[in-house]
Design a protein around this ligand. Structure first.
Ligand code: B12
Ligand code: SF4
Length: 600
């Protein structure tokens, strides 16, 4: 069957969609992936006219269109869906990803079909049913729109399918670039290493699915509800399987410089499992790796094992330094002592770290925010990346339900639909205390002594200061001053005095390591070349040149010829050396049903 999958994200990572794609391809289907990404991080449908026209051409002759979205790409997905329908394309439109999973009612009003939760099997079952001319409306995890092409116009919502237990026999995500296109100003371009915005420079990899904790602000709490009673939610891949994926990626894509583990909870593994992973990873890959950590799951033994590999970054969500907020508002079972111990261990093993806090929480009393500032002043030990996020009420989460009941938000929290990166939102929300919290974090980060940080907190939270500064204009003014001082620092201090020294110590860039791939113009021709490039023909020519000479894959990434996971699900056994097995090898991808030679 001919299927097109469309990513609505501004960044062309879309790992979930890549998993669905390879699952379908390995089962013998013809799949194309279109990444409707954008250079700006925006929730608006900012697609170029040319990209939209190319999209319509690419989906016109397809049998099914799948779209992947999260809450802040809902408007982008709606715009694409409307546009495809308006062009008279007949294929049904299936939505999957985080948003249809946590906001199915809203999604099913727009898409013809929605997939709730993990999408590999339900999508394959849908494809098989459509191909065989069977009614798909009984397939678990799927929902069908009232008045849509299925179910005689009725709204149908099926229960989610039981969770897959074994993740090791899933085909790896799809990076077959020859079937992928990326949105650009002048239309859809074939995917290349140099237009994937770093997707194949920093390889995103999922080594676990699920997290056992129910934090009130997190999507995982919504998923725990969706999958209650459907099997084991937290599942891990074996170290060998994860490493095989990284090695395959590295063998194909010379650009990969680091591995970014996107798991909710990599540290859910036991100490022995982490030791095994670290030992194998260090020996077989040892690319810099980035991980996320949750305080309760960190132990010295785990960090010691991991310190053997090249850790580029461990990010830990602290969220608040107040026990009351953690326990009673976020429902986050993290004792403060565990957070402090985690920070200590990272420091001892010299692990580069990033810590996250949540601010602008309307349920949090001011004294708790001040407690968090005190916590920061007391416990942050050395330079770390510090990130502050304002609380967003994402659909399906316990805090979202609470905010709706309390009338704090309407049917939905518009911020969650309209903002991509939420770092700047605290300024939009005029939250004075969160600005002060950010200030304390930065002071501690640049090594200002504890006592002085406490004095700054005293000053910032004292009555007269609050009386003077706690006005709507304060936060925007601070924001403006912050931006101006950054510019001043950059132009007057960093550029002339710091950068030249950094330059001497910097890592060589990809082009410098591989001069054979390099496409540069002699410096003195730059101005003339830029002027020439303004003409469309010249632009096209230079694009073609870049395409030909940009970094190229060194081997072809291929999705397996046979979908072992789907075969196992269907009870099909492929005996080693069987006729079916050699048929697979000889013919390349074979549709699943032709392989059903024996079953148990
Ligand atoms: C990697 C990641 C990112 C990456 C890449 C995102 C991307 N464009 O691909 C980056 C760092 C860019 C990112 C950014 C943000 N992210 Co993010 N991110 C994740 C993370 C950690 C992993 C996603 C992933 O790859 N999962 C692995 C795959 C296999 O799972 P999956 O995506 O769910 O896919 C499965 C199903 O959903 C389904 N499916 C997916 N697509 C499709 C398509 C079809 C057709 C079908 C049928 C099924 C289907 O099948 C897949 C396989 O089973 C998730 C948390 C999580 N564990 O999912 C958060 C998460 C998706 N992010 C989230 C948020 C809030 C953000 C930010 C807004 C953060 C912020 N505060 O600034 C920004 C948005 C910026 C932007 N430009 O979009 C929230 C989304 C909540 C929501 N309701 O939308 C999540 C769930 C985190 C959380 N726990 O709350 N993120
Ligand atoms: S531990 Fe992390 S991933 Fe798990 S529910 Fe809490 S915030 Fe979400």
């Amino acid at each position: 069957m001919r299927i097109t999958l469309v990513s609505t994200y501004t960044h062309p990572i879309a790992l979930g969609m890549r998993y669905v794609s390879s699952y379908l391809k390995a089962a013998g289907h013809d799949v194309q992936c279109l990444f409707m990404s954008s250079k700006r991080d925006t929730a608006r449908a900012d697609f170029s006219q040319a990209a939209l026209e190319d999209l319509i051409e690419r989906v016109r002759e397809r049998d099914l269109i799948g779209m992947s979205l999260m809450t802040n790409t809902f408007h982008r997905a709606c715009a694409l869906t409307e546009r495809i329908r308006a062009a008279g394309v007949k294929a049904p439109i299936l939505w999957g990803g985080t948003h249809p999973t946590v906001a199915p009612d809203e999604s099913i009003e727009v898409a013809d079909v929605i997939c709730v939760g993990e999408g590999e099997e339900p999508t394959l079952q849908l494809v098989e049913a459509l191909e065989a001319g069977r009614d798909p409306t009984g397939i678990g995890s799927l929902g069908f729109r009232a008045g849509g092409p299925f179910g005689a116009g009725r709204l149908i919502r099926n229960e989610v399918q039981p969770l897959e237990r074994d993740l090791d026999d899933y085909p790896f995500p799809d990076y077959e670039l020859e079937t992928h296109w990326i949105a650009a100003r002048d239309g859809l371009e074939p995917a290349r290493l140099d237009n994937l915005r770093g997707t194949l420079h920093r390889l995103r990899i999922e080594t676990t699915r699920g997290c056992p904790y129910p934090c009130g602000f997190c999507n995982n709490a919504a998923l725990l509800k969706v999958y209650r009673g459907k099997g084991r939610w937290v599942r891990t891949r074996s170290a060998d399987n994860v490493i095989a994926e990284v090695r395959q990626a590295r063998a194909c894509f010379p650009t990969i410089e680091a591995v970014n583990v996107v798991d909710d909870l990599f540290f859910v593994r036991s100490e022995e499992e982490i030791e095994d992973f670290a030992e194998k990873y260090a020996r077989q890959v040892n690319l810099p790796i980035e991980l996320d950590a949750f305080p309760n799951t960190i132990s010295e033994a785990k960090v010691r094992s991991l310190s053997r590999v090249r850790i580029a970054l461990i990010s830990m969500g602290i969220q608040s330094g107040s026990r009351d907020t953690l326990k009673n508002i976020y429902n986050r079972p993290t004792p403060i002592e565990d957070i402090v111990e985690g920070m200590r261990v990272f420091k001892e093993y010299r692990i580069p770290t990033e810590y996250h806090y949540i601010v602008s929480n309307p349920y949090e009393p001011e004294r708790n925010v001040i407690e968090t500032m005190r916590f920061i002043a007391d416990h942050h030990e050395r330079a770390a990346v510090l990130r502050v996020f304002p609380l967003m009420f994402y659909p399906g989460t316990p805090l979202y339900e609470r905010a709706r009941e309390d009338g704090l938000i309407g049917q939905r929290d518009e911020f969650a639909y309209q903002y991509m990166y939420t770092g700047g939102l605290q300024f939009a929300k005029h939250d004075y205390l969160s600005v002060w919290l950010r200030l304390t974090l930065h002071l501690r980060n640049v090594g200002v002594p504890r006592w002085l940080c406490h004095r700054v907190i005293d000053f910032g939270t004292a009555r007269p200061t609050r009386w003077l500064l706690d006005h709507k204009w304060f936060t925007p003014t601070m924001y403006a001053l912050w931006q101006i001082s950054r510019k001043v620092f950059r132009n007057l201090i960093y550029q002339p005095f710091i950068r030249p020294f950094k330059y001497l110590r910097r890592k060589p860039r990809y082009e410098e390591l591989h001069p054979e791939d390099e496409v540069t113009l002699p410096r003195n021709n730059m101005a003339a070349a830029t002027a020439r490039e303004r003409e469309p023909a010249a632009r096209e020519e230079s694009r073609a040149r870049r395409r030909a000479a940009g970094p190229q894959p060194t081997a072809r990434w291929t999705v397996p010829d046979v979908n072992l996971h789907a075969l196992r699900r269907r009870g099909v056994v492929l005996a080693a050396g069987s006729a079916a097995e050699s048929e697979v090898g000889a013919k390349g991808r074979v549709p699943l049903h032709t392989l059903a030679t024996s079953s148990n």
